[in-house]
Design a protein around this ligand. Structure first.
Ligand SMILES: [Zn+2]
Length: 334
């Protein structure tokens, strides 16, 4: 284990308050869930309710572009969840600089909204070929950097989309400076993980780790310090293996399985198995880590105040490289 992580490990994870002598059910935070996606139009409230009954106390709903900012905000309020506002790299082709100005206005307008916890989902995607032309790469970097600056101006952490882009993401993080946040759907090397952690980030793990063939990702999930991990579904995307339909099955007419926040405890249970821990231990640690990475979540989870020593230190600066988002995705990278 690197010295980098040992400091954080010395501090016990703070969990929800618990009466002496009782065993609390695990409390989970789905740190990345697109509950606004149309896949949930038929049963959104029921899915959220069932997830809550299964222990998913909070979902963080990242926005993807200006047209869905109002919706993610409304859903977060409706379901007692949290949200982030931003422009996702996959929406860069349609985004304008006026959207950046609108983001600045929205972050200011909702600065006292306790449910607005981050700027996101932002980042760089160097996997999708259409986003990899020189002009589009430049455009992605412009919008990403401008959103980092907005996050800094509004004192908010960021939720990062990392897909074959970790080096460039880190370069801008180092240059602009942020309050840390979450590198979502992380799938890089240990060194890359360390670089994000050194900048005040935690790493999001989800359905991809449930696949036996995801050897490197599973090794990372097992070996990284527990203090560096949060759990997420990215619902309705990145289905775990029990929902995943192969390309052949889809060609034969099966729809791809829909991921849901309801799956979070089972996905996290696989993480617990990989690490030889109980589900409760993983829940307690990952919930504390999410509260540390997105501090405004603390006010949304009663009794979950952080131990004072767990407050994030000012992030030092380091380097790293690439990551891949969706294990189910295929296609040429650029
Ligand atoms: Zn996402």
């Amino acid at each position: 284990m690197s010295a980098l992580f040992s400091h954080a490990l010395n501090h016990p994870a703070a969990g929800p308050a618990q009466a002496p002598g009782t065993v609390a059910a695990p409390v989970w935070i789905d740190s990345h869930c697109h509950l606004d996606a149309s896949e949930f139009n038929a049963d959104r409230a029921a899915q959220r309710q069932q997830a809550r009954a299964a222990g998913v106390a909070l979902c963080v709903l990242p926005a993807v572009h200006a047209p869905n900012w109002a919706e993610v905000r409304a859903l977060a309020h409706q379901h007692g969840d949290a949200y982030a506002l931003g422009i996702h790299p996959l929406y860069v082709p349609q985004a304008t600089d006026a959207d950046l100005a609108a983001l600045d206005v929205a972050l200011h307008a909702h600065r006292d909204d306790p449910r607005l916890v981050a700027v996101g989902e932002i980042g760089l995607d160097f996997f999708v070929p259409e986003l990899c032309t020189p002009a589009m790469r430049q455009r992605q970097e412009h919008l990403y950097r401008a959103q980092l600056q907005l996050a800094r101006r509004h004192s908010l952490p960021v939720i990062l989309h990392v897909r074959r882009s970790a080096d460039r993401l880190l370069k801008h993080l180092r240059e602009v400076g942020t309050a840390g946040g979450i590198a979502h759907a992380f799938n890089g090397s240990l060194q890359q993980a360390q670089a994000f952690v050194a900048l005040g980030f935690v790493l999001g793990f989800g359905g991809a780790l449930t696949f036996d063939r995801a050897l490197q990702l599973r090794r990372l999930a097992a070996e990284l310090p527990l203090s560096a991990l949060v759990v997420e579904t990215d619902a309705p995307d990145i289905p775990p293996h029990w929902l995943y339909r192969t390309a052949q099955a889809r060609a034969d007419g099966s729809a791809q399985g829909r991921n849901s926040p309801l799956e979070l405890p089972r996905i996290a249970g696989e993480l617990a198995t990989l690490r030889g821990l109980s589900a409760s231990e993983v829940a307690q640690a990952t919930t504390a880590n999410a509260l540390r990475a997105l501090p405004k979540l603390q006010a949304l989870l009663p009794g979950a105040a952080l131990h004072p020593k767990e407050k994030p230190a000012d992030a030092p600066i380091q380097s790293a490289d690439a990551a891949i988002k969706k294990i189910a995705s295929t296609g040429a990278a650029c």
